[in-house]
Design a protein around this ligand. Structure first.
Ligand SMILES: NC(=O)c1ccc[n+]([C@@H]2O[C@H](COP(=O)([O-])OP(=O)(O)OC[C@H]3O[C@@H](n4cnc5c(N)ncnc54)[C@H](O)[C@@H]3O)[C@@H](O)[C@H]2O)c1
Ligand SMILES: [Zn+2]
Length: 381
């Protein structure tokens, strides 16, 4: 015992600060050789670094000429590309550990080192999965993300998280890792299905609801043109959505989510569960739209949010085209979903509600009876 005490005098508090910085660039036609945004992010190009391009199958099939264009672009700048890898579309890449294994294999085969690059082009799911592989191979290979969905560009692709699923549980395995760069090429969105164009709008609505009333009002005013995916309102929604997500990460004081508060997860406790219960038939953004509606109604039922604001939120979601009454709602067990969300957060249950449009706040308890009532209201919509 006395020896232990004697040793305590040697205890050390290790402390250092790491400053993180990466560019998030907005552009069109990235692989036109006159467009130098991408090549300028490769800061050691004189050494001809290795670049491994990984493409979402959905992007590859809808733009078959893209692969050649990418090769020509890098050849123009004297950078030799490794053989490209096409990975399964969407959530399938997060569900299949072989996708990660194939990236590790490519890293080993081509001796890709920490000064090389992985360039991933795909939706939020593929960017998450390849981001995880890039962050863990060699403890981190430089990752350039080119998100190719609305949700990828305004949320999933711009932040500091990656993940894969485990035993069907969403985002169970993952790391916090800053990307080397993010290129949001709005032209990539042209080939997206209407369903995927719509899906990502919910993340912009989410961030407007918790942070920025004026942004919400813009989305509300532009809801009919947004529902037709017109260029200008879509561009405004993506740029502002991305900026708010980035702003939160850099100013919240908790970029790597060490605490339990998770305001950007407004509407997400149920969304994650609904995605799972639907066997991923529901897109993440579609589930988030339902989750936003549910927690807005609950905010009203608990006396925090007025009726008019609640109705305005619901009509925005409906006018944009979201189906808020999905059959999977009947399978949602509130208590289980809240327990799993609490485990996902670590520590206390922390759910974001709305006190008004543009202002979120945290609660640590949910009245399950009222939440079930909120779900019943959704089912009658
Ligand atoms: N890391 C984070 O911070 C974060 C944040 C939010 C969401 N996410 C994750 O993002 C995922 C959802 O992402 P998503 O909404 O982009 O869906 P998704 O990645 O599942 O893509 C949807 C579909 O669109 C296809 N696709 C992608 N780009 C295309 C294009 N340009 N043209 C034609 N088809 C294209 C894909 O192949 C897929 O079939 C979820 O797994 C979610 O958990 C992560
Ligand atoms: Zn989300």
């Amino acid at each position: 015992m006395s020896n232990n005490h004697a040793l305590e005098q040697h205890n050390i508090t290790q402390r250092f600060t790491v400053s993180c910085e990466y560019p998030v660039l907005f552009t069109r036609d990235t692989f036109n050789t006159n467009n130098t945004q991408l090549i300028n992010t490769i800061n050691n190009k004189n050494e001809s670094p290795k670049v491994l391009v990984v493409i979402d199958e959905g992007v590859h099939l809808s733009t078959p000429e893209l692969c050649d264009k990418i090769s020509q672009y890098f050849a123009h700048f004297d950078i030799a590309l490794l053989p490209k890898i096409v990975v399964p579309a969407g959530e399938a890449s997060k569900n299949d550990v072989n996708v990660i294994e194939n990236i590790y294999q490519a890293v080993e085969t081509h001796a890709i080192d920490r000064h090389s690059y992985i360039l991933v082009i795909g939706g939020g799911a593929v960017v998450d999965a390849i981001g995880y592989a890039a962050a863990t191979a060699h403890r981190g290979i430089r990752l350039i993300r080119m998100p190719s969905t609305v949700l990828g560009q305004n949320d999933a692709g711009v932040g500091v998280k990656n993940a894969i699923n485990y035993h069907k549980r969403k985002n169970y395995i993952g790391t916090f890792a800053t990307p080397h760069a993010v290129i949001n090429d709005l032209d990539l969105l042209d080939t997206l299905s209407d369903r995927d164009k719509r899906s990502g709008i919910s993340e912009a609505i989410k961030v407007a609801l918790i942070k920025d009333e004026a942004f919400f009002n813009e989305l509300y005013q532009q809801r009919h043109t947004l529902s037709m995916f017109e260029n200008k309102p879509m561009e405004n929604m993506i740029v502002k959505g991305a900026k708010w997500h980035l702003h939160h990460i850099s100013t919240s004081g908790d970029p790597f989510e060490l605490g339990s508060a998770r305001p950007l997860d407004f509407g997400h406790w149920s969304a994650h569960k609904l995605e799972e219960l639907s066997n991923n038939e529901l897109r993440h953004g579609e589930a988030v739209a339902i989750g936003i509606a549910m927690d807005s109604i609950y905010s009203h039922l608990t006396g925090f949010l007025d009726k008019e604001s609640t109705n305005k939120i619901l009509s925005l979601l409906v006018d944009i085209g979201f189906n808020l009454n999905h059959p999977v709602l009947t399978k949602l067990n509130v208590s289980n979903a809240l327990d799993e969300f609490k485990e996902h957060l670590g520590g206390n249950l922390c759910i974001t509600l709305l006190s008004k449009i543009g202002t979120g706040f945290e609660v640590n308890e949910i009245n399950e009876h009222l939440m079930v009532e909120a779900i019943e209201q959704l089912k009658s919509m």
